[in-house]
Write a protein that binds this ligand. Structure first.
Ligand code: DC
Length: 224
């Protein structure tokens, strides 16, 4: 495994934007693991799979689909679905299907494989705990429910999706409960992670504090 910076956090904590910026700044590849879970949910829904369908049915559909993350974009059978997967329906189903072992097992190798191909900034829910427990740098990015709901609301409005602030907040609370409450690989704070609360910080400030932390760990000889 090459050098891995793993960033976990709940929905709307800003980890996708920050991970991208950090990767750009230090010349690492970037992996949005949530985009993989979203694409799985999209593929399953396209094939009429619902949350109470069997593991066998899910495995069958997944075996017929090819999912790939490359250069910040995610592809389903060669088609760029990066924008299509950012919908309220996929918000919900990605969180629901990601609780299934069959789905998590399906994506584990693909995520680890990304770290064999080069130095990596990975972000998601379990990158610090399950996917890359040996990551050289671990960050847990958090923010208040209110702030995260506001960000989601603005993001959707920007995409032309109509949603009320209350709906955005409810969606965040529901996903938090599912992502942190599931049996397999729940969202938890790794004991060796640097915790950053981004509620009152700008993206630029979060980026700077992570870069500062990276610099310190380099000078302490912790990195290769
Ligand atoms: O980061 P995101 O909102 O795009 O992720 C979508 C869903 O995927 C999220 O609700 C939970 C799931 N997910 C996960 O279970 N494990 C990850 N490493 C990343 C995402």
């Amino acid at each position: 495994m090459r050098d891995v910076i793993a960033i976990d956090g709940p929905s709307g904590s800003g980890k996708t934007t920050v991970a991208k910026l950090i990767a750009q700044e230090i010349g690492y590849r970037y992996l949005d693991t949530g985009a993989l879970y979203r694409t799985v949910a999209f593929a399953l829904r396209k094939n009429m799979v619902d949350s109470d369908d069997s593991d066998e049915r899910i495995a069958e559909v997944l075996s017929q689909n090819r999912i790939m993350f490359q250069d910040g974009k995610v592809f389903l059978n060669g088609v760029d679905v990066s924008d299509t997967i950012r919908s309220t329906e996929i918000d919900h189903y990605s969180s629901v299907f990601s609780a299934r072992k069959v789905v998590r097992d399906f994506l584990l190798d693909a995520q680890r494989d990304a770290a064999r191909r080069g130095n990596l900034v990975a972000e998601g829910r379990d990158t610090t705990t399950v996917v890359f427990p040996g990551a050289q740098t671990k960050i847990f990015l958090n923010a208040s429910v209110e702030e995260r709901a506001k960000r989601r609301y603005l993001q959707y409005r920007g995409q032309g999706i109509t949603i009320s602030m209350d709906e955005a907040k409810k969606s965040i609370i529901d996903r938090d409960a599912r992502d942190a409450g599931r049996d397999i690989a729940p969202l938890t704070i790794s004991s060796d992670a640097l915790v950053i609360d981004s509620s009152v910080l700008s993206i630029e400030q979060v980026k700077e504090s992570i870069l500062e932390y990276l610099k310190k760990s380099t000078s302490a000889g912790l990195r290769k």
